[in-house]
Design a protein around this ligand. Structure first.
Ligand SMILES: Cc1cc2nc3c(=O)[nH]c(=O)nc-3n(C[C@H](O)[C@H](O)[C@H](O)COP(=O)(O)O)c2cc1C
Length: 122
């Protein structure tokens, strides 16, 4: 029996997706519990059939919190699922309210979208 919760909406999207972007504020040196729960439940799909690429966006108070998360992202998430790393973006402290950072992130988002659309055309 599986849980009838919001994950049932995510599974079909995850099964189709070629790219996943994990985005999270840093809570106690890690992903939020909500995102971690969703990641844990990928277990039910083992390896999402079409997933090939991933990107990571983190927001935090301090800039000293990323090492463990990036290690885990690269060595378990990307490595286990055999995904190509499309980039890691971080914003800490005042960067969270900075126009410059926002522009940078929007540009990053656009570049990911362009890659995704290019893949669709192929
Ligand atoms: C429950 C909770 C735990 C947090 N834990 C950390 C932490 O361990 N390290 C850190 O740098 N920031 C931590 N933060 C700060 C958030 O990452 C930060 O508020 C978030 O990135 C949004 O930035 P803003 O508050 O400037 O909008 C925490 C915030 C909350 C609410």
């Amino acid at each position: 029996m599986h849980s009838q919760d919001d994950m049932q909406e995510i599974y079909p999207v995850l099964s189709e997706a070629e790219m996943i972007v994990l985005a999270s504020p840093v809570y106690y040196h890690s992903f939020t519990g909500q995102l971690q729960c969703a990641i844990n439940r990928i277990y039910a799909l083992d390896k999402p059939a079409n997933l090939k690429k991933a990107a990571l966006i983190l927001s935090s108070g301090s800039d000293q919190v990323y090492d463990g998360m990036i290690y885990e992202y690269q060595n378990s998430f990307l490595d286990y699922l055999k995904l190509e790393d499309m980039g890691i973006y971080t914003a800490f402290d005042k960067q969270n309210k900075s126009e410059e950072k926002l522009t940078e992130l929007k540009q990053f988002g656009k570049s990911l979208k362009n890659i995704a659309e290019k893949n669709e055309e192929e």
